[in-house]
Design a protein around this ligand. Structure first.
Ligand code: SAH
Length: 344
């Protein structure tokens, strides 16, 4: 079945033309879906009832319902668990920063990448999310808060580049001037490093930020944490990152989750500096968010500071991710699992 909310305005015009409607109807419908963020056809009062009914019968309407909303008492971060039409659930997070609201969305239900420290991947991949289901995570949060969202990061559950076509369509719709019109520069896509896809994305020359989950500075250590490292070496990764910068002019963000005794030593920092030092990049250090199924432990504050300091002394820009929502299952995939297991 065609999903109207995943169509571009042009495609929607074709679809409604096939229904015998004038092009301006498509524009109105698109405006209701992506501009006014209507939760259903019932709200679209300037469209004829018969047209709305036909749409409902032929296409249905993609909308997400929040089944859990948890708010952090520490920093106001909100975690949403949304139910999809097929009854499965996805997690999204709303974070408040000085420069505005940021929504973190999921790109798949589950994940097949198998990173050792991540809760989203424990049961493998359930399915890809459609563009409309990615958009709806943002839309439903805006409807719930009534506030503007300035940034969107695709850093929730799933590997966005493993759902490549839907991801690109999602970005197109999210940044479209007839929709929310979020600037490409305010969109970040995080990947575990699917090299051919990164190359393809680079050639699109979008102005989004690419975040690359590195977590280790040698192939051997990375392989012990991330199965994807069996497929692509760090050499290939850094090469494609340089290519991405060349094509887009956008500085890469390397994400590095610090795990005590695993990847947080001075030697690890030196290897990391040597690996990325020559790239136009920025390193984001993340204290690992321990999940109950694995025994990774957060690096001590001192170790995080020392690690960052060592990188900085080699001229690398470093930020330490502020931990947000620690009290509300902040790490990807945790809330969905607890809900499914009847614990949340
Ligand atoms: N699949 C994508 C995006 C989802 S995860 C990717 O791999 O980048 C977003 C980020 O959170 C990634 O850097 C991921 O490695 C990291 N991450 C996952 N589980 C984590 C945990 N328990 N603690 C800290 N970071 C984690």
């Amino acid at each position: 079945m065609t999903d109207l909310k995943s169509l571009t305005l042009k495609e929607l015009e074709q679809e409604t033309a096939a229904m015998g409607e004038k092009p301006f109807r498509a524009r109105q419908l698109y405006g209701w879906m992506h501009g006014k963020l209507a939760a259903g056809y019932g709200e679209m009062t300037n469209l004829p009832k018969s047209f709305r009914q036909k749409c409902q019968e032929r296409y249905g309407y993609t909308v997400l319902r929040a089944v859990r909303v948890q708010e952090s008492r520490i920093d106001g971060t909100r975690k949403y668990l949304f139910e999809l039409e097929d009854g499965d659930t996805v997690e999204s997070v709303l974070m408040r920063y000085k420069h505005g609201l940021c929504v973190c969305i999921s790109s798949q239900v589950g994940c097949r990448m198998g990173c050792r420290f991540c809760a989203s991947t424990l049961d493998g991949l359930e399915r890809n999310l459609r563009p409309s289901e990615m958009l709806e995570q943002v839309y439903a949060i805006i409807r719930h808060t009534g506030e503007r969202v300035s940034n969107v990061v695709v850093m929730g559950s799933g590997e966005p580049l493993d759902n490549y076509d839907n991801l690109l369509r999602f970005i197109e719709l999210l940044t479209d001037e007839n929709g929310l019109h979020i600037s490409q520069r305010n969109v970040t896509v995080s990947t575990c490093g699917l090299v051919p896809r990164i190359r393809q994305l680079a050639d699109r020359k979008l102005q989004i930020t690419l975040a690359l989950s590195l977590h280790a500075a040698t192939d051997e250590k990375r392989r012990s944490l991330m199965p994807i490292a069996e497929r692509y070496s760090l050499g290939e990764l850094t090469e494609v990152c340089a290519y991405y910068f060349g094509q887009t002019g956008r500085r890469i963000t390397f994400e590095y989750s610090l795990m005590r005794g695993v990847n947080d030593s001075a030697a690890d920092a030196d290897l990391l500096a040597a690996l990325v030092g020559r790239l136009n990049c920025h390193v984001n250090l993340i204290p690992v968010n321990p999940i109950r199924e694995r025994d990774y432990v957060q690096s001590e504050r001192k170790a995080v500071d020392a690690f960052g300091g060592r990188l900085r002394s080699r001229g690398i820009t470093v930020t330490v991710r502020r931990e947000m929502g620690r009290d509300i299952d902040g790490a990807c995939g945790q809330l969905r699992r607890r809900y499914r297991d009847g614990e949340a």
